[in-house]
Design a protein around this ligand. Structure first.
Ligand code: GLV
Ligand code: MN
Ligand code: MN
Length: 402
């Protein structure tokens, strides 16, 4: 059993350091062992599997994706890429083929940030960029990351042991569903990623004054929800006009009663763009608009930035290996796409070069229970991913460093 189902929309939810996380690691570990990998869980709760290279001191090629999900998730985001990595190693193992590098398959434990708001925790641990300030992050129940770590059976003092040394790493390859419609629109099963948009995530709050929904005249109201709603509408316009993407995914009014003017409104903002400069410029525009709305409505506007990930570009030689892999499946002109979704590769980019293979998903639907892929596309993707790994062997000599 790899999932619990959320009451809200009956999708899947597996979040960091939960019983579902533990069960998933266990099951994926069994699949790794069946494929010929040596399974183990690292000091940050990532599920890993090692396939030795031709020599004991061979460097390591990383393959994988994440095992956690958003709430109400579908069946493919993240886990498909991890299973594909296992399957590719399974093919090598079945042939008894060893490469000049070892392979470390990674099932990252927290890419989505569902539980603690800060994303990419698992891959940051592997990249050696874990930040000690994260221990105080709390989930909605108030449980700190530190306490959840201990309850899961992990030792906060040892999280550094999950990190790899860049000198030992050849690179990182990740397969993932596209989470957008471009491959489908181009009538292609597979694509090669050029880079990943930079993202920032905020918890924003408007503070006004609660009051009687009938008695308080409009001129005296300090309605926090209306201020937040104005910002949410402005986010769409400002981001769209600038060529960025902004989403208010959650909004909560307090005290949350039908006959009470909202005295407080909390809302999230997810902001992405191809370059960090563009993303940051749009944030300044949004902030200016929010301050203006707050002033007009006599509200206070509070900003809590939860997450920031810089835009990254793929390593040219690894991306060429992925492109060559796609060509082996009969596509002579692979489509190149910029990823608007975040991926573990963004964090791993601090450790080594990365490249990604995208797989067509139905109507671009993702972060939704109706996420879907075609079995024949996945079959092609497996062939392409295996070919990319073998191509990386030809190009062995790639360094881990940028
Ligand atoms: C991860 O799926 C993201 O939010 O981009
Ligand atoms: Mn996702
Ligand atoms: Mn994902």
């Amino acid at each position: 059993m790899l999932a619990t189902h959320t009451a809200a929309n009956d999708g899947i939810e597996r979040s960091y350091l939960t019983p579902e996380h533990a069960r998933t690691n266990w099951t994926v570990g069994e699949w790794m062992a069946e494929a010929g990998l040596i399974p183990w869980q690292d000091a940050a709760g990532n599920q890993r599997g090692t396939y030795a290279g031709q020599t004991a001191d061979a460097p390591v090629l990383l393959l994988g994706s994440h095992l956690d999900t958003v709430p109400g998730a579908g069946r493919y985001d993240g886990i498909l890429g991890t299973l594909m990595a296992i399957a590719v190693v399974g093919r090598l193992a079945a042939r008894g083929e060893r490469l000049p590098f070892a392979i470390d398959v990674l099932g990252f434990a927290d890419e989505e940030g569902t539980r603690f708001g800060r994303t990419l925790l698992g891959s940051c641990a592997v990249a050696g960029t874990w930040d000690e300030s994260w221990w105080g992050l709390r989930d909605v129940q108030g449980v700190t990351l530190r306490d959840a770590f201990v309850a899961f059976g992990l030792d906060p003092a040892r999280v550094g042991e999950a990190a790899l040394d860049p000198r030992d790493v050849v690179g990182y390859l990740e397969a993932h569903i596209e989470q957008g419609p471009l491959l489908q629109d181009a009538d292609k099963a597979l694509g090669v990623v050029s880079g990943i948009m930079g993202a920032r995530r905020f918890e924003l709050t408007m503070v006004g004054e609660a009051g009687h929904a009938g008695g308080v005249p409009y001129g005296r109201r300090r309605d926090a929800l209306l201020g937040a709603a104005e910002v949410a509408v402005a986010v769409e316009a400002l981001a769209r006009d600038a060529g960025a993407v902004g989403t208010v995914g959650r909004m909560q009014a307090y005290p949350g009663a039908q006959n009470v003017i909202p005295g407080r409104a909390e809302f999230s903002l997810d902001l992405r763009a191809e370059t960090d400069a563009l993303r940051d410029r749009v944030w300044l525009d949004i902030e200016e608009k929010a301050l203006k709305s707050a002033a007009e409505r006599r509200l206070d506007f509070l900003v809590d930035e939860k997450h920031q990930a810089k835009a990254t570009v793929v390593g040219a030689r690894l991306a060429a290996a992925v492109e060559a892999g796609i060509r082996t499946t009969g596509d002579d002109a692979p489509l190149t796409l910029l990823s608007k979704a975040g991926h573990d590769a963004m964090a791993i980019a601090d450790l080594c070069d990365y490249a990604m293979l995208f797989i067509r998903c139905k109507d671009g639907i993702s972060h939704h229970k109706d996420e879907d892929v075609r079995a024949d596309d996945v079959a092609l993707a497996l062939d392409a991913f295996e070919a990319a790994v073998l191509e990386a062997r030809k190009r062995h000599g790639l360094t881990g460093a940028h």
